[in-house]
Design a protein around this ligand. Structure first.
Ligand SMILES: [Zn+2]
Ligand SMILES: [Zn+2]
Length: 194
């Protein structure tokens, strides 16, 4: 894991809170931090923040498009979004762009997508994968949903990521599905060295 990730205070309650914090309110750097549950005060309004470590409440974070923790600008959504059909492909990205890989899965079967391999240091995984269940009118359990993996292009170069759909306890069984993506990170043309 990258050394720049500073874990604040990690406790059971903090992990629960961090898991409940939706992606998008924290910048990629802060997304995999864990926060304590004691509240703080928003720098912009009289509301309280979810943790004393945060500078903005959720509302101000959304309104201003800034990270709740460090106030860095937070972009809406990822720069590049890919689905199951990108399996085996190569995509181009620029440094600091984020890539979101969304794969269909159904955790009620015991199978789940996980990052099996990341070769190359041109990209890095951001935070923990998210699972978003399909909204069904009757809240039917077991309908499946989408796994979200976020990566960030770090520097020019090439990286290949492999995601595997497997049952975590079946260590000796090969995954029933896998997803491989190669990312070529290049500086934008104007910035590239002559
Ligand atoms: Zn506020
Ligand atoms: Zn931040």
């Amino acid at each position: 894991m990258s050394a720049c990730v500073t874990r604040l205070v990690v406790g059971v309650a903090a992990i629960v809170l961090a898991a409940a914090t939706a992606l998008g309110e924290l910048c990629p750097k802060c997304r995999d931090l864990a926060f304590t549950t004691d509240v703080g005060h928003c720098a912009e309004c009289p509301n309280t923040t979810g943790s004393r470590a945060l500078k903005l409440c959720k509302k101000c974070s959304t309104r201003l498009g800034q990270c709740e923790h460090c106030r860095a600008p937070v972009k809406k959504g990822a720069d590049i979004t890919l689905g199951d059909d990108a399996n085996g492909k190569t995509v181009a990205a620029q440094p600091n762009q984020t890539l979101l890989v969304k794969l269909r899965g159904n955790p009620t079967t015991g199978y789940q997508w996980s990052l099996a391999k990341l070769e190359g240091d041109a990209i890095e995984a951001v935070g923990k994968p998210d699972y978003v269940g399909d909204k069904s009118p009757r809240e039917i359990v077991g309908t499946g949903g989408t796994y979200h993996f976020t990566f960030r292009a770090v520097k020019p170069g090439k990286a290949t990521l492999t995601l595997a759909y497997a049952r975590p306890w079946e260590k000796d069984t090969p995954p029933i599905k896998s997803f491989t993506l190669t990312v070529e990170v290049k500086e934008p043309a104007a910035k590239a060295k002559q």
